[in-house]
Design a protein around this ligand. Structure first.
Ligand code: NAP
Length: 311
């Protein structure tokens, strides 16, 4: 994809997760590095949970410049960082770490850029949430960031629907005063019809629709829920066109997909490490092309193996 001149001065940034090898972050971050002439490479590190502490401290001791953190380690790394910013404290999760030299020691600062991922993607799509009613489906880490992002964009109301409503209540308790009053927990989709609740935006923060564990055929809303003229925000990016995204497009909704969010949260992490605003204009097209080629070479591999066997 790109030429890297590695020297003893080359810095290392990377991703910690389990699994992590499937991630598109190396593709995106290595483009940012190349385009900004930064002498650094971005790699992935995949290891089981009992190795997290030693991997995190090892990264610090080895002089790794910065890290992204993905599932399932975002919450634990919030506890491992020496300092955390306000957004990561609100969400209780860290997806970006910057290591800084302070006198003799290296300090790990934790950040959450998922909130930026939501906000920048909405702004880029020209969507204002002022006085809008939003529905967040799910109540995990991404949902917490979504609720925070939507309230900070002046949404009138944020409904949370999760199969475990208590987790939605927990999110509500993270907020105070007027913001808390704007959050309402929905215990079932039936209530939407019964109470005639309407939404301007619907955001999927569950893995329903993801290319894993037979979830690809799932959809986070009832098929009967009309999406015409809504804003539909999908956080899943594998596949980019989830069943929810397809339904939204077919019915004439405005769609923001998981790739938009991934690219924008990646740009925000890059800015934290290098103090540079990366140009994201052509990245989506490049990622989609990369995914298409990966699929092609996978198919070619299967057939060439089969040809080999038939010889
Ligand atoms: P998480 O903390 O594990 O939360 C997952 C949520 O989904 C929980 O509320 C869980 O419900 C719900 N859920 C899980 N399986 C379900 C099922 N079979 N049916 C109904 N609900 C189910 O995960 P997360 O970090 O929030 O991530 C959620 C999604 O956001 C993932 O798809 C992830 O890929 C995506 N994401 C994307 C980006 C991006 O840059 N595009 C960034 C962050 C996250 P319970 O509470 O009942 O368990």
């Amino acid at each position: 994809m790109q030429q890297i001149n590695i020297s003893s001065g080359t810095r290392l940034v990377g991703l910690l997760g389990y699994p992590a090898k499937h991630s598109l972050s190396p593709f995106i971050q290595n483009i940012f590095l190349r385009d900004n002439n930064i002498d650094a490479v971005y790699l992935t590190f995949e290891f089981p949970e009992d190795k997290l502490m030693s991997a995190f401290n090892g990264a610090r001791d080895l002089g790794i410049y910065g890290l992204n953190i993905t599932m399932p380690y975002k919450e634990r790394v919030h506890g491992l960082a020496d300092k955390t910013d306000q957004l990561s404290d609100i969400t209780g999760s860290v997806n970006t770490v910057r290591f800084d030299l302070n006198k003799e020691s290296i300090v790990a600062s934790g950040f959450n850029t998922d909130i930026d991922g939501f906000k920048v993607s909405l702004k880029e799509a020209g969507c204002s949430l002022k006085n809008k009613d939003c529905l967040v489906i799910g109540a995990g880490g991404a949902a917490r960031s979504a609720v925070f992002a939507f309230l900070s964009m002046k949404a009138k109301k944020v409904y949370i629907y999760n199969r475990t409503p208590e987790k939605g209540e927990k999110i509500k308790k993270l907020f105070y005063g007027e913001e808390r009053k704007k959050i309402e927990i929905l215990k079932s989709f039936g209530i939407i019809k019964k109470k005639k609740i309407d939404f301007d935006l619907l955001c999927n923060c569950t893995p329903l629709g993801m290319n894993t564990q037979n979830m690809m055929d799932s959809i986070p809303v009832p098929e009967s829920l009309e999406l015409k003229n809504k804003i539909v925000f999908e956080t899943i990016y594998d596949p980019v066109e989830t069943k929810f995204v397809k339904k939204a497009k077919n019915e004439g909704a405005r769609v923001i997909d998981g790739l938009d969010m991934l690219i924008n949260q990646a740009a925000s992490s890059f800015n934290i490490w290098f103090d540079i605003i990366a140009d994201t204009k052509n990245i989506k097209e490049m990622v989609l092309k990369h995914l298409k080629n990966e699929k092609k070479s996978y198919i070619e591999k299967i057939y060439s193996n089969r040809k080999g066997k038939n010889k």
